[in-house]
Design a protein around this ligand. Structure first.
Ligand code: GLA
Length: 396
């Protein structure tokens, strides 16, 4: 049953003016995990679940916002942003700070924000930041291009929240299109929307919530990013390349041959991160070919392999997500599945046969709850369809 945020807005603020509704979808990334921060190749879908934000502008610049997912209110003025509070309102504060760096803002809003699925792996942070940026741009008549919107949203995550993300989430949430797979090269931003082939059997996207929400796992995420950068830096150094600047070290800039020749000198964990990077890029390329042919079985197989590599080479994926991975591998009706996002709790995703949804949901629930009975009431499985990225019509 959906939450009626219009009603909540009315009860909270008693405003009868017309309200502005903003929606930013979540994303799932079937192939191309953990490679965006190393300028790798990624794929993604936006899904028909996401962040809804309903606002009415305030001329005095005051912001007052409530969330249906978290308690407390966020209140400040766009011209006087308080210190970070390490609460949900940080994302809103960060959006204001990012825009204020470049634009004069005088208008705030009274808003209700609501996320439609549990937090963790579906890029709710990026969706909520994009929704706030869109709201602030609309009420302050700021025009951003799609690329500006992506880079501003990334600025908030990296510089305000402190997680060294790549551009996967923001790009999917802006560029994706219903019934298309987004294929993006995060090095040069070339991007293709690949329509689902008419040869391909139908599929839906299962979102399987482990029962444990993600907490902001910035330091663990950042450690992995640093390990990748360190591997890139060391590999170039072993090869005698001296244009080496750590900040600009990305595995994408290391030729495969060089990795292959020098990988044995790397510490084990750096070597594993690099292995994940190079193999994942190859999987994306294979996956794109399979997708174009309408071969969902091969595409799905690659998703399972990608999940495997995220667990064993990239060494993320909580114990609960690893259990879900094992269960998905033996579930009939799943083409392919993996944990979603960075892997710090939250959800797994799978491409599934629509006709088998009920059996799939039942089987996974039984197996999972058998392992973790205490999560019985928190475990959740939902089925989504692909969707368009955020609707920027209002915003432009
Ligand atoms: C998070 C980050 C993304 C990406 C994924 C893993 O969602 O925000 O930039 O690194 O993890 O693929």
């Amino acid at each position: 049953m959906g939450i009626d945020i219009r009603q909540i807005h009315k009860e909270r603020f008693s405003i009868s003016d017309e309200l502005i509704r903003i929606f930013c979808p979540y994303r799932v990334c079937p192939l191309g995990a953990h490679v965006d921060h190393q300028l790798g190749l990624v794929t993604g879908f936006a899904i028909d679940k996401g962040i809804e934000l309903l606002i009415s502008p305030t001329d005095d610049g005051n912001i007052e916002a409530y969330s249906t997912n978290f308690s407390g209110k966020t209140e400040f003025n766009v011209e006087d942003v308080p210190e970070r509070r390490h609460l949900w309102g940080d994302f809103l504060q960060g959006a204001v700070v990012a825009l204020s760096n470049k634009y004069k803002m005088t208008v705030g809003f009274k808003g209700i924000v609501s996320g439609t699925l549990p937090v963790g792996g579906l890029s709710s942070s990026s969706s909520v930041i994009i929704a706030y940026l869109m709201a602030l741009c609309i009420v302050n008549h700021i025009r951003l291009t799609q690329k500006d919107l992506i880079s501003t949203a990334m600025w908030v995550e990296k510089n305000y929240i402190g997680v060294n993300v790549g551009k996967l989430d923001q790009s999917c949430e802006i560029f994706c299109k219903k019934d298309h797979l987004l294929f993006l090269d995060t090095k040069d931003d070339t991007c293709e929307l690949l329509k689902t082939s008419s040869q391909m059997p139908p599929f839906e996207i299962a979102v399987i919530f482990s029962g444990i929400e993600r907490k902001l796992a910035g330091s663990a995420y950042n450690r992995r990013v640093d390990e990748c950068k360190a591997a890139a830096y060391a590999l170039k150094a072993y090869a005698g390349i001296d244009d080496n600047d750590f900040q600009d070290s990305f595995l994408r800039n290391v030729p495969f041959g060089l990795y292959d020749e020098f990988k044995m000198y790397l510490p084990d964990n750096w070597a594993s991160r690099a292995k994940h990077f190079f193999e994942e890029n190859m999987r994306v390329q294979k996956g794109i070919k399979a997708w174009k042919k309408g071969n969902i079985d091969e595409f799905g197989e690659l998703i399972f392999e990608s999940g495997e590599s995220s667990i064993y080479n990239y060494q993320t994926g909580s114990i609960h997500l690893q259990t879900l991975h094992e269960i998905m591998l033996k579930t009939t009706g799943i083409y392919g599945g993996r944990f979603s996002g960075a892997g710090f709790n939250g959800c797994a995703i799978a491409l599934v046969e629509p006709g088998k949804k009920e059996e799939i949901a039942q089987f996974i629930r039984n197996e999972y709850v058998h392992m973790y009975p205490r999560l019985e009431h928190k475990f959740m499985i939902d089925f989504c369809k692909t969707s368009d990225g955020a609707d920027l019509k209002l915003f432009a």
